[in-house]
Design a protein around this ligand. Structure first.
Ligand code: DC
Length: 223
């Protein structure tokens, strides 16, 4: 049975990472969270107080920093050099700076290369914004997963509440819309559906329903 490469792209809050984990578990594939890599780089920029307008400083950081994903069965831990940043990369400080960092060419060059290396043996699911268009243009299955801004905001809102954090639905909706706008309009590798990607709108689907739909596409490719 051939080990496929599966690309799942789409805007923030569409549930890419949750569904990618479910599908990866069902297929015994590796799940590679590329957003976590951009977040890890952003964490380093913030904690080392690097000015992202200073190209040389950013270049130096890309040359020296080691970002590593330790992919287990049920979870993926993220390391910057030897520091475990798995939780630290989910703070609102990182979330509000990551789009600007992810727009930098040197950062993308480094992380795209890492992602291609991790995907080269197949049996992988990568989620992100540019997987089907830039990172793996020859991926076997490409899904563009989206949902209305309102339903994405509602999911985030429920997650945030479950964690006991505060934040209104309106604030979350505004922040998702702002991130969509930045990710879709940046000059390099903007969020965009690949010509050969399948568009899946899961506004009305739950996690299992979304996973089932994706499994059908993968099975159709003869996994
Ligand atoms: O999926 P996420 O929300 O954790 O991603 C964090 C940010 O990283 C998001 O604003 C867009 C950026 N990103 C990217 O530019 N390219 C990717 N392949 C993945 C994420």
């Amino acid at each position: 049975m051939k080990k496929l490469t599966v690309a799942i792209d789409g805007p923030a809050g569409a549930g890419k990472s949750s569904v990618a984990k479910v599908v990866a578990n069902r297929l015994h594939y590796l799940y590679i969270d590329t957003g976590a890599m951009y977040r890890a780089f952003t964490w380093a920029v913030l904690s080392k107080h690097v000015d992202i307008a200073d190209e040389r400083a950013v270049q130096k950081l890309t040359d020296t920093l080691r970002i590593r994903l330790e992919i287990g069965r049920d979870q993926c831990r993220v390391y910057v050099d030897d520091t475990d940043v798995t939780e630290a990369i989910r703070t609102s400080d990182v979330s509000s700076h990551v789009s600007a960092v992810a727009a930098l060419a040197v950062v993308r060059q480094k992380l795209v290369q890492l992602q291609r290396d991790m995907a080269k043996s197949g049996g992988v699911i990568l989620d992100g914004r540019d997987i089907g268009t830039v990172v793996l243009p020859d991926a076997d299955v490409k899904i563009f997963l989206t949902a209305s801004v309102r339903s994405r905001a509602m999911r985030r809102y429920l997650e945030v509440q479950a964690r006991g954090n505060s934040g209104s639905l309106e604030e979350i909706e505004a922040s998702i819309a702002a991130r969509d706008d930045m990710d879709s309009h940046r000059a390099i590798a903007p969020l965009k559906q690949a010509d050969d990607a399948i568009l899946l709108d899961n506004s009305e689907l739950d996690l299992e329903g979304t996973a089932d739909a994706i499994m059908k596409y993968i099975e159709a490719k003869g996994r």
